[in-house]
Design a protein around this ligand. Sequence first.
Ligand SMILES: NC(=O)c1ccc[n+]([C@@H]2O[C@H](COP(=O)([O-])OP(=O)(O)OC[C@H]3O[C@@H](n4cnc5c(N)ncnc54)[C@H](O)[C@@H]3O)[C@@H](O)[C@H]2O)c1
Length: 438
Amino acid sequence: MSKKINRRNFVKTAAVAASATLFAPAIVSANAAPKRYAIVGTGHRGTGMWGKDLADNYKNELQFVGLCDKNYKRAEAGRKLIGVECPTFTNFDEMLEKTKPDILMVTTMCSTHHEFITKGVAKGIKVMTEKPMTTEAKDTQAVLDAEKRYKNPITVTFNYRYSPKHQQIKEILDSGEIGKITSVDFSWYLDVYHGADYFRRWHRLKAGGGSLWVHKATHHFDLVNWWINGDPVEVSAFGALNVYGKNGKVRAKNCRECPYKSSCEFYWDINKDQRLVKLYNECEDVDGYNRDGCVFREDCDIYDAMNAIVKYSNGVNMSYSLNAHEPLEGYRIAFNGTKGRLEVRDFERQPWKPEKTTEMEIVKNFKQREIIEPRESTGDHGGGDRRMKDLIFKNIELPKIMQLPDSRAGAMSCLTGIAARTSIEQSRPVKISELVKL
Ligand SMILES: NC(=O)c1ccc[n+]([C@@H]2O[C@H](COP(=O)([O-])OP(=O)(O)OC[C@H]3O[C@@H](n4cnc5c(N)ncnc54)[C@H](O)[C@@H]3O)[C@@H](O)[C@H]2O)c1
């Protein structure tokens, strides 16, 4: 027998009430003059989420003063797509010198983030970076050290936290309803469309995205650290490359020029998306960056199936898996507590229409199952993108638990992935304390 409960507005207990005081992130204050805003990395993310959307919806808060990309054509194509008149640069230092931004958004290839973060921090600019903050331990240390030295904290834009259903999970766990959390079972599924896409470009190389342990799983590790109020301590992991890279029977440079178009299940036609054609195909003569590169290139050195055990500072253990060649996309997570269990199943894409896109339930020890009504979470990243931007640029009121993630959150999440990657490479458990000095 199961009971159905509407907990959309679950903010009841003392623990949650105490943390629900309002928090002002103070990146852009209400009624202030527009902030001077610059972006480094004018690819899909820089020109979309942090470009055109901001130019269209945050006109009173921001003035675009500069765009930088190492590919001069992409910087110019990006400027046109965003629809602003500011100058474009290929030299980052020159951009900072000439445009004097108040806010810098870092949306370059993951393994280069630290370079721009540390330079921006040293100049007293408010730096925001896309996830993962960094892909190597030494670069994580460099960011933490720069922040301390210049007393200039950064923001890591973990959008998934801002999905209303993810806030709801946090509130349920913080309320103590399932008791003290003892363990977490977490599986994330990337399907053969989205999962494959990481193998088309720089993400397929550890030197580009730090592997999916870092590039992708940083989101998941950040959610867990935040949900359970814990820091990772030690990680043991395994990984394999089962489908992409050298596993392909045939390969080509990219999908456009591929002689196996009609038979390859992973064939993807970039020409159907004119925005991507402008941003990538029309700029690729400068740097050879093929957005539709073959998923079977033999230089791929990352994993497409990963498992880890993570031990946390508060005694919680997590078993985690990430798989990038699934027939469906979404996740399943269960939090086991001393008084019961919270389980969530999220359906992002699958070849059938599920009754609900998110299922949540609590089962308390010696009691019945309670079905929880998840909060409405529509929009990109479960509605997280819009809420996070409104918090950053419009100072909307959110509970204190929703305050902006800082470099510590950025470090703890990417270090979990770096430790997992190192654990596989060295066939041993890896402690976070081996990697950086906090
Ligand atoms: N939070 C999310 O949900 C989310 C979603 C997508 C991407 N991202 C992040 O956004 C970032 C960009 O992703 P993308 O998909 O737009 O990648 P992309 O490759 O399309 O764009 C990156 C851009 O950075 C430029 N670049 C790379 N190295 C540079 C350097 N040294 N100096 C100047 N420019 C440089 C490239 O030329 C390219 O134009 C990544 O860090 C990624 O992890 C986050």
